[in-house]
Design a protein around this ligand. Structure first.
Ligand SMILES: [Zn+2]
Length: 124
């Protein structure tokens, strides 16, 4: 047992139930041989975790939509989605300058303005 692993066990909350007692070791699994998934393809939908963290750091966890007239920023911080400013469908790339955090309402609005409508996905 390493020194770091021993100290992380000491920070665990007390476990009361018998079922949870089996899993009382709350130290996260460490797999130095497993690296985070990465993609070097800019046309892939896959967004690496490093890029997601950079988007979050830039947006500070807030929707990045700017109102066209006043340039006021949307205050929403709930259920943020990562949006391609130029959609992948029309040649946009998965790169930091083409990605932004949007709330669901503004992501839907952006998709509708780009001509991508999910409303036609389920014809009546
Ligand atoms: Zn918004």
């Amino acid at each position: 047992m390493g020194k770091a692993e021993a100290s992380s066990k000491q920070n665990c909350l007390p476990v009361k139930s018998q079922t949870s007692a089996k899993f009382s070791n709350c130290a996260p699994p460490t797999r130095p041989d497993v690296q985070p998934a990465q993609s070097n393809d800019p046309y892939s939908r896959f967004i690496p975790i490093q890029m997601k963290r950079a988007i979050f750091a830039r947006s500070k966890g807030q929707c990045e939509y700017l109102a066209p007239n006043t340039l006021a920023r949307c205050p929403s911080k709930a259920h943020l989605q990562i949006d391609h400013v130029i959609p992948l469908a029309v040649g946009g790339k998965t790169e930091l300058k083409n990605l932004r955090h949007l709330c669901p309402a503004h992501n839907l609005k952006a998709a509708q303005m780009a001509g991508i409508s999910c409303l036609n996905y389920f014809p009546s």
